[in-house]
Design a protein around this ligand. Structure first.
Ligand code: AGP
Length: 631
């Protein structure tokens, strides 16, 4: 049934949920001692939200100063180290540019004309041009090309000595999504904040109060935590936090679970977070499976769907995600269809949200996201809910928007992932899909108890097999990286689930090494792409699907006879594949349903070592951000 309410649903959404959002990180602290070190550490941890430019504004002797720099936090740190700063009140920002190029003028904090307000902003003001035209003096000189600056001027316009009421009046004219942090010259011991549609938390640390886009950015033990949303306003001093509704009326807020995350922000001796996270995969997969399998059966603690739904109602499954998370869906589709007998479609969220999705109350819609904040995936989740589908989300970050808005969640236990290129979260998502497929297969009556036992037994061996694979393929991956690092293009191929892994391998390689890497379903090569193959062209073939082994092997021979140097990533006996110049990287054997968890590992390592040889910024590749909260 076509979901006819979709248009109506879009009309009902606040504009911020339809439009773009700037992906930035903000932090602010009022303490008893110098806050600059905590602002810098916090910004460093928020760099996953963008790293085009950064800045801080702080109060010293009742005067507000500002330091900004283009590039990463390290550039800002260099600038700040040239001055001796002692400040107990400061706000900071790290930016992923959407409005205005990544220059120092466009870096936050922005200020109002007379310097009464300094503000940092995460989000987007969709009607900034309208506000400029209709509400601000026509001859106002803007210092930047950002949408944020209009808010600073609006605050000054509405300010009559009371910042909370100025914020309330200013935000009443905004369209868009925002989380603001701001300092007012008349209140040098206070930070104010407001948020709607973008995350903002207030945290009481052991040594003062913070505002931040993510509580993980805060260096101290969390004593109390509150979320600010839906136009609420907050006011923090070194010893107290107050909250107000969007009109500026004082409200009481409920404290949230303030458990500190034990996830490390350190590289712990590894050269890069990506390498550390690759090596953490056995643990990530084990923890994920342990949380979903108990007493020999799959148990999904945060899924509450009536048994009847699976046995009587379920007709169709749709998986929606972006990037690597989408690739886990491509793998899962084949396993789900095999184990449950239910047709499964996999959709790219940014496409799906504007297509004509056939989803209804007989559909199970699965949303996959490491960050739980990906704008397109979140929008599709809301759409599917509106259409009456049952929802299960596979999410790594607890407390994220997708986790909060999903009726049913499977939490992956990858732990905090810092490298922009996902590895351990990817593996944990695959593990979650295995458990979910078995669960639905059993509920649907398609899988017997014996089959379930067989799968669970093999899953218990998977973490160790991942460890073994990482150890045994490492040297080969380094060698192969040397071969491909000088090439501008690399191709990947595979069929069925091998194709899904080929897609993930090529995304990983292009993302961090900037090599143009493309993946193809093997059978498609001779429908066009083979014309690009030249003497020496690197071609990585993923070959695990034994039922179509001979087909993919023929495709390998076809490209080899046109000069390609082929590397085969396989769990099939090496003797059947060695020939000529071909390189074969073998991974251990497992059940066919789970093999992509092993086949993907050499591809992660090849990408890592290739990027290393090319001198790329592996953990923070150019133009990217870890969490994609813009449409
Ligand atoms: C993968 O290495 C990427 N950085 C990217 O494709 C990512 O998987 C995608 O943006 C989806 O993110 P999410 O899992 O946080 O929703």
């Amino acid at each position: 049934m076509f979901c006819i309410n979709k248009r109506k649903f879009f009309k009902l959404l606040p504009k911020s949920e339809k439009g773009m959002e700037e992906m930035c990180g903000i932090i602010g602290k009022v303490g008893e001692e110098n806050v600059i070190p905590q602002l810098i550490n916090g910004l460093k941890k928020l760099e996953y939200r963008g790293y085009d430019s950064a800045g801080v504004a702080f109060v010293e002797d009742d005067i507000i100063n500002r330091v900004r720099a283009v590039g990463k936090i390290s550039e800002l740190k260099k600038k700040l180290s040239q001055e001796v700063i002692e400040s107990r009140v400061g706000i900071g920002h790290t930016r992923w540019a959407t409005h205005g190029s990544p220059t120092e003028e466009n870096a936050h904090p922005h200020r109002s004309k007379n310097g009464m307000f300094y503000i940092v902003h995460n989000g987007i003001i969709e009607n900034s041009e309208e506000i400029k035209k209709n509400l601000l003096p026509y001859n106002l000189d803007f210092e930047s090309g950002t949408d944020t600056e209009v808010f600073a001027h609006l605050l000054e316009k509405y300010y009559d000595g009371e910042p909370v009421s100025a914020i309330a009046k200013a935000q009443a004219v905004l369209k868009g999504s925002y989380a603001f942090g701001l300092i007012c010259k008349d209140y040098p011991d206070v930070i104010f904040g407001a948020a709607s549609g973008s995350p903002l938390v207030v945290v009481k640390g052991e040594n003062g109060f913070y505002i931040a886009s993510d509580s993980g950015a805060i260096d101290e033990k969390t004593v109390e935590k509150y979320s600010v949303s839906c136009g609420e306003i907050c006011k923090i001093t070194s010893s107290a936090a107050e909250f107000f509704d969007p009109s500026g009326k004082a409200i009481k807020k409920q404290r949230e679970d303030s458990q500190n995350s034990e996830d490390s922000f350190e590289k712990e001796g590894y050269a890069h977070f990506m390498l550390k996270e690759i090596s953490e995969q056995p643990r990530a997969v084990k923890d994920t499976l342990d949380s979903l399998i108990s007493l020999g059966g799959v148990w999904l603690p945060h899924v509450n769907i009536d048994e009847d739904f699976f046995s009587e109602i379920l007709e169709k499954i749709v998986i929606v995600a972006c990037g690597s998370a989408y690739h886990t869906g491509l793998v899962a589709k084949h396993i789900i269809e095999k184990l449950t007998g239910v047709p499964c479609a996999v959709e790219i969220a940014s496409e799906f949200r504007y297509s004509h999705p056939f989803i209804d109350e007989k559909t199970l819609a699965i949303f996959v996201s490491q960050s739980g904040e990906t704008a397109d995936t979140l929008a599709c989740l809301r759409l599917a809910k509106h259409c009456g589908a049952q929802i299960i989300s596979i999410v790594n970050v607890r407390g994220s928007a997708i986790a909060k808005e999903s009726d049913n969640v499977i939490f992956t236990k990858a732990g905090r992932e810092i490298a922009v290129a996902t590895t351990k979260a990817y593996s944990a998502q695959l593990a979650a899909f295995y458990a979910l497929s078995i669960f639905i297969g059993r509920e649907k009556g398609k899988l017997s108890e014996e089959q379930e036992e067989k799968y669970i037994e093999e899953l218990s061996l998977l973490p160790q097999k991942i460890k073994e694979t990482l150890e045994t393929v490492n040297e080969n991956a380094k060698k192969f990286a040397q071969k491909i690092c000088k090439w501008d293009k690399v191709f990947f191929m595979g069929r069925l689930t091998d194709y899904a892994t080929a897609c993930e391998g090529s995304l990983k390689l292009k993302e961090i090494s900037y090599i143009n890497a493309q993946s193809y379903a093997s059978g498609e090569l001779k429908h066009g792409t083979i014309s690009l193959v030249e003497e020496g062209t690197p071609m990585i073939a993923v070959l695990g699907e034994s039922k179509i082994f001979s087909k993919t092997l023929s495709n390998i021979c076809e490209v080899e006879s046109r000069g390609a140097q082929v590397i085969v990533i396989t769990d099939i006996a090496k003797e059947n594949l060695l020939s000529g110049n071909r390189t074969v990287i073998s991974v251990p054997d497992t059940l066919s349903e789970f093999r992509q968890s092993l086949l993907v590992l050499p591809l992660q390592l090849i990408s890592y070592y290739t990027a290393l040889l090319r001198g790329c910024d592996i953990d923070q590749p150019k133009n990217l951000a870890k969490s994609v909260t813009v449409e």
